[in-house]
Design a protein around this ligand. Sequence first.
Ligand code: DGL
Length: 318
Amino acid sequence: MRMTAILSRMNDLPIGVFDSGLGGLTVAGEIMRTLPHESVIYVGDTARCPYGPRPQLEVREFVLQIGAWLAQRHVKMLVVACNTGTAAGLAAAQRTFDIPVIGVVEPGARAAVKSTRNRKVGVIATVGTVQSGAYSDAVRALDAGVTVFSVATPKFVEIVEQGLHMGPGSLEDVFADSSDVFVRPSFYEIARDYLDPLKRTGIDTLVLGCTHFPLLAPAIKQVMGSKVRIISSAEETACDVAATLKTRRTLAPASNVARHRFMTTGDAEEFARLGSRVLTSKISVAHHLDLSELETMEIPPMHGDKAGTDGTEGTTCS
Ligand code: DGL
């Protein structure tokens, strides 16, 4: 087969994107909008969600299992669209797989460093992400003069999950100010408990360090006030995916018709229904991926250190 034919086949391969559940669809959606010719295989590990309270080693194992499953399907790159998964397993995944692997922490940290003027940045995330120190490390690697204030906000994950399971209607309606999701269990009280101490630190930038949180962005913004800029890593991550594919000359050609495939370790019908709301475009069908298939995946041996932490080889988006 001629070299150009092999290369173009490589370029047509999908991108593997995964999360503990539905939240990573906020990142997948941004990738699909930024790169409309790229196909995506998305895995939502709904059956084992939440990852946030689990030990790092367990989450790392999950990341490697899903990465191996996707690598076996010949994805051309992997995106760990979960902050908890990135904090626990990105480095291990980069050492394990021979394709580029990027996470969401470094892009979020970079966006925050670009945004802050007073060099005080807040991060809200799961317990696992906060305890890992991943955001502080990533921000400090970019600008050691920035102070990071991190707060674990696990109840926000529950509120998003609860909101997603609420009746029909658009997500804007579900997460609107007047919605029941904010009355039960009193979102604003919980939010103030979490966010008031952060406000008192004088941060001018707040990173939504969990892929579930962009769905709560308007409400969080309301509590934080108009002077604090809210950062979600989805756009910056999509930008990193584009830069990585471009650098490696593996972007899909404009003639490629993107085909997306959605897998869940939970209920496929429910995933398609709820996922369509997060993605803001219809998921006509999702497929069930049995946990036993992931748990018996053979994980390739890890190899030596790779430069950088995000696999992007230093590429940045303006
Ligand atoms: N989506 C996960 C993250 O970005 C949070 C949800 C979970 O705890 O699994 O950290």
